[in-house]
Design a protein around this ligand. Structure first.
Ligand code: HEC
Ligand code: HEC
Ligand code: HEC
Ligand code: HEC
Length: 179
């Protein structure tokens, strides 16, 4: 996997400044830390009823799951087994299928979609890296299912409760796009 270059790095540096991180991602502090307003202070003494307050340090592990979950259900992909066993049958290339399936991907404010696609040419480990290769969880993230050109009208049962857009805080808004 073309990752973990160089010496041991801190957790924060691995996500923000290492060469690989900078290439494929553009995370900000508040991609992970959702309570980022420096003027807010934790209520003292702690107030059980104040459920709206997010500690600045707090990080929702769902965020990590997006890139550190297990490989998604291989049966839904039409694969005979987990990628670890079936990769050779598909020339070790996710794009054999994903050049035409779920092509509307990674257009969020913390990733570099073009750089990801470019790096993944001839190297499925780029894709697998964030979709099973750096797995810290036993489950897989339920990704939004963005419509793509040529998709079937029929929504499969497993996808009926899936959103069709990324969570609001990750969407690219007009102003940001112009920067
Ligand atoms: C990849 C997700 C992620 C990003 C991006 C991120 N952090 Fe963190 N940060 C964490 C996690 C996880 C912890 C540990 C939280 C805990 O202990 O509850 C943490 C802890 C911290 C702490 C507490 C001190 C410590 O080391 O335990 C500070 C301060 C902090 N982060 C600041 C920042 C700042 C400033 C940025 C942007 C430059 C940033 N973080 C970006 C995930 C992230
Ligand atoms: C947008 C995708 C993404 C998200 C979200 C993300 N990571 Fe990562 N993580 C990566 C990538 C890519 C690397 C490898 C970076 C490199 O090679 O320098 C990595 C590396 C790591 C490492 C290995 C660090 C090392 O030095 O060995 C740990 C641990 C980790 N992530 C945990 C987390 C946790 C915990 C969270 C949530 C707070 C998180 N990640 C969120 C993509 C992500
Ligand atoms: C045999 C064709 C095929 C191959 C090879 C393949 N996929 Fe898929 N993949 C699919 C299909 C089909 C779907 C489901 C499409 C849909 O939403 O209806 C899918 C869905 C996904 C999803 C979304 C899962 C979810 O729960 O929403 C991810 C992420 C994904 N694939 C990543 C990969 C990665 C990474 C690789 C290579 C390591 C890969 N795929 C290889 C066909 C394939
Ligand atoms: C740096 C981490 C990273 C890399 C590299 C990566 N992905 Fe993803 N992928 C994600 C994240 C995060 C999401 C969810 C983003 C969102 O909310 O829309 C996602 C979403 C997806 C989806 C769901 C698309 C949809 O319908 O919204 C598919 C399919 C997918 N990735 C396939 C791939 C393939 C194929 C590659 C290689 C070309 C790849 N990924 C490389 C992190 C990554």
């Amino acid at each position: 996997m073309n990752t973990y270059e160089g010496p041991q790095e801190t957790f924060h540096r691995r996500h923000l400044v290492t060469p690989y991180a900078k290439k494929v991602m553009k995370m900000k502090c508040n991609t992970c830390h959702q309570g980022e307003n420096p003027r807010e202070e934790a209520p003292i003494p702690p107030d059980q009823k104040n459920t709206d307050f997010t500690l600045r340090k707090q990080v929702n592990p769902e965020t990590c799951l997006m890139c550190h979950g297990s490989f998604p259900d291989y049966k839904r992909m039409g694969l005979p087994s987990h990628w670890n066993e079936s990769r050779d049958m598909f020339q070790d290339n996710c794009l054999v299928c994903h050049a035409g399936i779920r092509t509307n991907r990674h257009k969020v404010n913390f990733l570099n979609p073009e750089a990801i696609e470019a790096a993944a040419q001839g190297n499925a480990d780029v894709c697998f890296g964030c979709h099973g290769g750096r797995q810290w969880y036993r489950i897989s993230y339920p990704y939004p299912r963005h419509p793509w050109p040529g998709m079937a009208k029929e929504v499969p049962d497993w996808a009926k409760d899936r959103p069709t857009e990324s969570p609001e805080r990750f969407r690219i808004h007009e102003q940001e796009a112009k920067k």
